[in-house]
Each structure stands twice: as C-alpha cells, then as structure tokens.
Ligand binder design. Structure first.
Ligand SMILES: NC(=O)c1ccc[n+]([C@@H]2O[C@H](COP(=O)([O-])OP(=O)(O)OC[C@H]3O[C@@H](n4cnc5c(N)ncnc54)[C@H](O)[C@@H]3O)[C@@H](O)[C@H]2O)c1
Length: 382
C-alpha cells in the first residue's frame, strides 16, 4: 500500500507552478511507494490562490503560512516565496516537524543559512533545496563522467548566466513580480538569483571553492519602489563577475548579468580537464558537448551527445519516452521530487539538502564581501 506525502506549498508564482507540475507528474513517470497529495496551497490573497489551487488540484488553501506549517495533515512544506521568507518559514516548519523543500538560494546570507541548517538538523526532518539544474540529464551525465575520473585533473571551470530583462531604467523595484530588484526581499541581485545556480552546479561537479575575487555593478542606481511609492536606492547587484579557486586547485571564472541584451536565460558551463573537456548550454539542454583527447587523432574533435537514450547510460531518460525524444526544463523539477522520494525510501540524505546548499550560500557571501571591499576573500567552509 502506498504512503501519502501531503504537500503544503507556499507561493503560487513561477516556482509554485513548476513544483505543482512536478508533483502531478512524478507518480506517473517515477512510480514509488509514496503517493504525492496536493493538500494545500498558501498565499496571502485568497482570491488569487483559490483559482491556482483549483487549477492544479490542491485540496485546500491557506492565507497564512504560519497556519499551514502547523497543520497536522501536512507532511512537506514547499517554500516557493521570495528569498526573505525562506528562513522564517523553514525554521517554523522544522519546529513543527515538517519535511521541507525550499527554493534557492537557501537564504539571504550565510548567517540565515546556518540557522536553517541547525533548525532542520535539530528537528531531524528531511530537507532539500531546489537546485534543479543538477537534474537535467546532460548535467547529471557530466557529473557521472567527472566522478568516473574521465576528465583527469581539472584545470578550469567557467560559467555564465545572462539575462536582459532589467535594462529599462523606469522598471520599478519591489512587490509582485519585481521583488528580485528589491534587496530587502531578494538579499542580492544576479549573484543570489542566477549565479547561485552556477555555483551549486560547480560545487557539485568540481568541489568547494577556497577563495574569490569579485566585481559587481548596479547600472540603474534608483528605481521607484512599488511598495512605498517612492524612488529608492537600488541595493542589488545588476551584474557580477568573479574569479576564484577551487579546493582541487582549478580556476573559476563566472559571470552573470541582467543587462546582456538579447539573452533571456543563457546559462552555460565548461570544464577543462587534462583528458576531457565538457560544455553545456541551457538553451540546448539535452546536449552535452564532449571533447576527449584520448580519441583517435584523425577523428578527435568536439562531440555533441544528445542525452536521450533510454538506457541506464543516460540519467532519468529510461523513465520517459523512446530514444531520441527530448524532455524539457520542467522535467528537472520532476526528477528532483523523484530523487527526494527515493532518498526517503532508502533512508538516505536527499541532496542538495540545507547543509549542502549552505556551501553555495557561503560562496555568495564571499562574492558580496569581495565586491564591497575590493579584495580576495577566503570562502568559509561548511
Ligand atoms: N529553481 C529555480 O530554477 C528557480 C527559478 C525561479 C525562482 N526560484 C526561486 O523560487 C522562489 C520564488 O520565486 P518565483 O519566481 O516563483 O517568484 P514569484 O514572484 O513568481 O512567486 C512568489 C510567490 O510568493 C508568494 N508570497 C510572497 N509573500 C508571501 C507571503 N508572505 N505568504 C505567502 N506567500 C507569499 C507570492 O504571492 C507569489 O505567489 C525564490 O526564492 C526564487 O529565487 C528558483
């Protein structure tokens, strides 16, 4: 008989939809001993959250997250709110012995992140952070190749995440849809929003970073704040470039901006090892570009591997369609729920959990510290 996993989700925006879709898909494609039940959706405005709950099949709604985390019929709290609410909700959910799935970045900063790690570990509840890019099959394949030692010694890791949606100087900051420009809600700009993904993937693939030197820029210094009605200073980083060193001796080179005209979500990474290089691009998410120096000379060159074979060689793909057919961005969230359930079944630590995500948080702290003070910063280790 299947056990139920009753989900209480807070926030019904972009991630609220992505996660709801994953909860509805997971049982169909990744059968398990758990049945996911969409128990309650929560947001402040009942008139807005009710149609969302009806559309996605949630059994009930709440307008106060504090009530939701206390409900006896909820097993998992899913935090899909702006970053400034992650800690408060997670700590309260842990105190109520709920499992927690929290959106990234884990927190506003490392101090908050540590409180969250302590809270879930003290409560002994399963927890995970939605660094979903780890679960794109081509990215997971990169991890396998690295773990198998195919790359040999790694020299370089470079990543970028480029967008262009905040270039307009009259775009306001704050409130629904624009909280990412408000430092009080977001904690930081592109570093916590976009580079957090790049850093999580990098740490997962290449290990922790030891030191950072960064530069940030805020191109538009003041914007109208939708919540106060006043023109206010912009406190987020619009762009961030940093270099650094990994503990394994390889060099890091990262860039993110929301001012790269023409780019909507250009997330790419490249890893150069002594035997092999790998390159991945979110716009072509099914492909892993591989260069293997050990290939026979006359056919040596970059290979474009379409990661869609339904053999165990290609992660997750045996659960989907026939070989050669692609799945999308949304599937990374389905994979994340499937992996969470597998970890519950096996009694293992679901990854990335809060402790794991805190590694990224500490790199983010180092980035902002370095940019502010103009010097190299040692990254604190978890
Ligand atoms: N994993 C990813 O790829 C990814 C992508 C986008 C966003 N995110 C993260 O997900 C989180 C949410 O981002 P989003 O894009 O979904 O934002 P969004 O603005 O689309 O949605 C935020 C939701 O939070 C709700 N909310 C705000 N304050 C609340 C409160 N006090 N009580 C209850 N609900 C409240 C809003 O009503 C809204 O429904 C952020 O932490 C963000 O960094 C992750």
């Amino acid at each position: 008989m299947s056990k139920t996993l009753n989900v209480g989700m807070i926030g019904y925006g972009f991630m609220g939809r992505a996660h709801s879709n994953a909860y509805r898909q997971v049982g169909q494609f990744f059968p398990s001993s758990y049945r996911v039940v969409l128990k309650a959706a929560c947001a402040r405005d009942a008139a807005k959250v009710k149609p969302f709950a009806d559309q996605w099949g949630y059994e009930s709604i709440e307008t106060d997250w504090r009530k939701l985390v206390e409900r006896k019929d909820i097993d998992v709290i899913d935090i899909c709110t702006p970053n400034n609410l992650h800690k408060e909700i997670a700590v309260a959910a842990a105190a109520n012995k709920k499992m927690i799935l929290c959106e990234k970045p884990l927190a506003m900063n490392g101090i908050e992140g540590k409180e969250m790690v302590d809270a879930v570990e003290k409560a002994g509840v399963a927890n995970m952070v939605w660094y979903n890019y780890r679960r794109i099959p081509a990215v997971t394949l990169a991890k396998r190749l690295i773990d198998e030692g195919k790359l040999g010694r790694i020299f370089h890791y470079r990543a970028k995440f480029l967008q262009d949606w905040t270039i307009k100087a009259d775009l306001p900051q704050g409130g629904q849809g624009l909280w990412r420009l408000d430092v009080a809600a977001a904690g930081s700009g592109v570093s916590g929003d976009l580079l957090a993904h790049c850093i999580d993937t990098a740490i997962w693939l290449n290990g922790d970073m030891s030191s950072i030197c960064s530069m940030t820029e805020t191109f538009v210094k003041e914007r109208l704040h939708t919540l106060t009605g006043k023109v206010e200073k912009v406190g987020i980083d619009d762009a961030c470039i940093f270099m650094g060193k990994f503990n394994n001796g390889s060099l890091a080179n990262f860039e993110s901006t929301r001012y790269a005209r023409g780019h909507k979500a250009l997330y790419t990474f490249e890893i150069n090892g002594e035997n092999m290089s790998l390159f991945w691009d979110l716009h072509d998410l099914h492909r892993l570009q591989v260069f293997d120096y050990r290939d026979e000379g006359k056919i040596r060159g970059w290979k474009s591997v379409h990661v869609t074979d339904n053999s165990p060689d290609h992660p997750y793909m045996d659960k989907w369609w026939v070989p050669g057919l692609a799945i999308g961005y949304d599937a990374s969230f389905t994979h994340q729920v499937a992996d969470f359930i597998t970890a519950l079944e096996k009694g293992e630590r679901p990854l990335p959990d809060f402790r794991d995500a805190q590694r990224t948080q500490l790199v983010l702290d180092a980035i902002l510290d370095s940019a502010k003070n103009g010097n190299w910063v040692q990254v604190k280790q978890v």
